[in-house]
Design a protein around this ligand. Structure first.
Ligand SMILES: Cc1cc2nc3c(=O)[nH]c(=O)nc-3n(C[C@H](O)[C@H](O)[C@H](O)COP(=O)(O)OP(=O)(O)OC[C@H]3O[C@@H](n4cnc5c(N)ncnc54)[C@H](O)[C@@H]3O)c2cc1C
Length: 383
């Protein structure tokens, strides 16, 4: 069963999709369960991904990357998340947030911070969420105050991928206090993680995507030069919104990869397991369940690739990105739930792929904006 077949993928993205599939079957799939259980950071797989030129390669060619566009990224993402979401997230987060700098930063910022990520020497992170504020982007409390030619950052960030492992992060902080223009109060900064006043520790163990690591960061009088401001002061909210439009297409790919894994796993199980003297896949109720799963999957995949094209062409990006992210990630939840049911009692064994997928699908409906927030965007930006 090849659910992630290539005909829906634009032709120019098919070669890299094949590369991603080969890499996933060689490096991700065979190691997925072990990393899930140990909860270790898959350093060796990240290194292999860098050597295969499949990590951080959306970075433009002139900065050392392969300049992948959104369809190419989505094609890779589907394949990686089908193999394992935790390891895939680590590979993806190695360059998280870089797009903001290479799209809006200065040449100096790109040379100093982006090129080393493209060349596999450094890794980045993106720090937006806080312990007390997640969904409300205009409510974040970390501040960056201008003092001479520096910004002094104080506050806390939570859930930050690579907050411990990264060499530098893109940090979202409050720089203004204009109640009439709350979206203009935020800016983005490049913050090296060895800056004095930057302290990070891992958050408690997760039940899902355990091969990826998130951090709680505390910033106390953390000083960065004004040259580390990305774009103009007050641009942060808008730069982030633009970045999330692309990110949500990628997260749609998380949902599709996970949904494909759940369907494959359920299909194989019901065609093997016997009850009442026949394979459970011979019961019409089970066949209808599988048919429902396939319908949901194909709907989500068609919408995602349509949304990818819209976002790539700059057409009503917020709407299409939210539509496809919500639909694909909820499809993953729906098919994983059914896949569990068809596994009977064996569904809950820790070692089962379906149990891993069932836990992993809980995350993409939350990150890159909880799906309730996506529904606000869909309604608010409907054509
Ligand atoms: C594994 C993982 C990795 C992450 N990585 C990063 C990262 O690298 N960088 C980063 O900055 N963040 C990261 N996040 C954080 C993520 O973006 C937030 O969890 C998400 O934005 C939701 O914020 P919250 O968890 O604080 O939930 P809250 O904002 O507290 O919301 C809780 C729930 O309340 C409901 N809700 C909230 N607001 C509304 C509303 N307006 N209307 C209706 N219902 C609402 C929703 O059901 C929502 O799920 C990560 C999260 C996870 C789980």
């Amino acid at each position: 069963m090849d659910l992630l077949e290539e005909t829906i993928v634009p032709e120019h993205a098919r070669d890299v999709k094949a590369e991603a599939r080969e890499f996933a079957s060689e490096h991700i799939e065979p190691n997925a369960q072990e990393y899930f259980q140990s909860g270790e950071y898959p350093e060796e797989i990240l290194e292999a991904g860098r050597e295969a030129n499949l990590v951080a390669q959306d970075i433009p060619e002139e900065l050392g990357g392969r300049g992948f566009d959104l369809p190419q990224l989505l094609a890779i993402t589907e394949e990686f998340y089908r193999a394992d979401a935790g390891i895939a997230l680590t590979l993806q987060l190695a360059s998280f947030g870089c797009e903001i700098t290479y799209s809006h930063g200065t040449d100096e910022q790109c040379e100093e911070y982006i090129r080393p990520v493209a060349e596999g020497e450094q890794r980045s992170g993106l720090a937006v969420s806080e312990p007390d504020t997640g969904s409300d982007l205009a409510g974040m409390e970390t501040t960056a105050e201008k003092e001479g030619d520096e910004y002094v950052i104080n506050g806390e960030k939570y859930w930050i991928g690579n907050g411990v492992e990264a060499d530098w992060i893109t940090l979202y902080a409050r720089t203004g206090d204009d109640e009439d223009n709350p979206y203009g109060n935020y800016s983005l900064f490049i913050v090296p993680t060895d800056t004095d006043g930057y302290e990070a520790e891992h958050i408690p163990e997760k039940m899902a995507m355990r091969a990826s690591k998130q951090a709680h960061i505390e910033l106390e009088n953390c000083r960065v030069p004004e040259a580390n401001l990305i774009g103009e002061e007050g641009d942060g909210f808008w730069l982030l919104a633009d970045f999330f439009n692309h990110g949500r297409i990628a997260v749609s790919g998380h949902g599709l990869g996970l949904a494909a894994a759940a369907i494959e796993e359920a299909w194989e199980f019901v065609h093997d397991r016997e009850q009442f003297g026949r394979r459970i896949g011979d019961f019409q109720a089970v066949q209808h369940g599988l048919a429902d799963m396939l319908m949901a999957f194909e709907r989500a995949r068609a919408l995602t690739w349509r949304a990818c094209e819209k976002v790539e062409n700059g057409e009503n990006q917020g709407y299409w990105a939210a539509l496809s992210k919500t639909n694909a990630t909820e499809t993953a939840v729906e098919v994983a739930e059914r896949g569990m049911q068809f596994h009977g009692g064996r569904s809950i064994f820790d070692e089962r792929r379906i149990a891993r997928v069932y836990r992993d699908v809980r995350i993409p409906v939350i990150y890159e904006g909880a799906n309730e927030i996506q529904r606000n965007l869909i309604y608010g930006q409907a054509p």
